[in-house]
Design a protein around this ligand. Structure first.
Ligand SMILES: NC(=O)c1ccc[n+]([C@@H]2O[C@H](COP(=O)([O-])OP(=O)(O)OC[C@H]3O[C@@H](n4cnc5c(N)ncnc54)[C@H](OP(=O)(O)O)[C@@H]3O)[C@@H](O)[C@H]2O)c1
Length: 229
């Protein structure tokens, strides 16, 4: 996508980042933490006609962020959906929003950032994890929802000639290195890593334009820039 001129920056803020063309961007876990910061960094880079969909459970912080981003970029459509991605109903609501927004989005790229994640109860050792409901609920949010949202987004956006689709998985060192008492987190991150590797290796050829990106702890910003550029 051709970079355009960046937006106005205030004094002392350095050169404006180059802007992309119109992007259909979906960001999970946007209400706080890394996702919220990322939304603020991303918004000025999204060209006129872009759509940004913010997802998380907490409606108020999402709405505040959406209003802030709209004030900063009049030509950017910002939507937010409050949904618990660990539940069937929440996942359905998020998927519905993808199906409403993405097919009509006039975008030169799809950028889907699977950022939302949770640590699980790290006070529990491995042998304390004997409640299947607790384990299933952890994986429903951290693994199932990332897979289902990604597949729904790719389908809803569709294949468009010359249009790139970038899928980012925000990962962790815990995906490749075991940490004591972090069975859920390590297991979830490892599972997500492999799942997205399957997407990238098995479907890149049948989904032309699909670009991978798995930022890990320590190299997140560099990897993200590479994946999103
Ligand atoms: N922080 C670190 O040091 C670190 C290191 C390596 C990797 N990471 C990864 O980076 C990503 C972001 O981490 P972070 O530190 O920014 O996390 P965070 O501050 O805990 O934020 C997590 C985000 O996910 C959302 N979320 C949590 N449960 C949800 C659910 N059931 N349904 C929908 N959304 C939900 C939260 O919003 P609501 O509560 O409003 O739903 C929030 O927006 C995660 O994938 C994490 O594993 C973090």
């Amino acid at each position: 996508m051709e970079p355009g001129p960046g937006p106005e920056h205030g004094p002392g803020l350095g050169p404006a980042p180059p802007r992309w063309g119109p992007v259909a961007c979906v960001l999970t876990g946007a209400s706080r933490g890394f996702g919220r910061s990322l939304a603020r960094l991303l918004a000025p880079r999204l060209g006129d006609g872009s759509v940004l969909l913010l997802l998380a459970r907490s409606a108020a912080p999402l709405a505040e962020l959406a209003a802030e981003l709209r004030r900063g970029a009049a030509a950017l459509r910002v939507e937010c959906v409050a949904a618990d991605l660990g539940t069937d109903e929440g996942l359905r609501r998020a998927t519905r929003a993808l199906r409403e927004l993405l097919p009509a989005a006039p975008a030169a790229r799809l950028l889907l950032i699977n950022n939302a994640g949770s640590l699980g109860d790290v006070s529990k050792s491995f042998v304390d994890l004997s409640d299947p409901d607790e384990v299933n609920s952890y994986f429903a949010f951290n693994v199932t929802s990332a897979l289902c949202l990604t597949s729904a987004a790719l389908k809803a956006f569709g294949q468009r000639p010359g249009v790139g689709r970038t899928v980012v998985n925000v990962s962790s060192l815990c995906a490749v290195k075991p940490f004591k008492n972090w069975a859920l987190y390590c297991g979830g991150k490892a599972s997500r890593d492999m799942m997205f590797q399957v997407l990238w290796t098995r479907t890149c050829s049948s989904w032309p334009g699909l670009k991978p990106g798995t930022p890990r702890c320590g190299s997140t910003s560099r990897a993200f820039r590479r994946a999103g550029s």
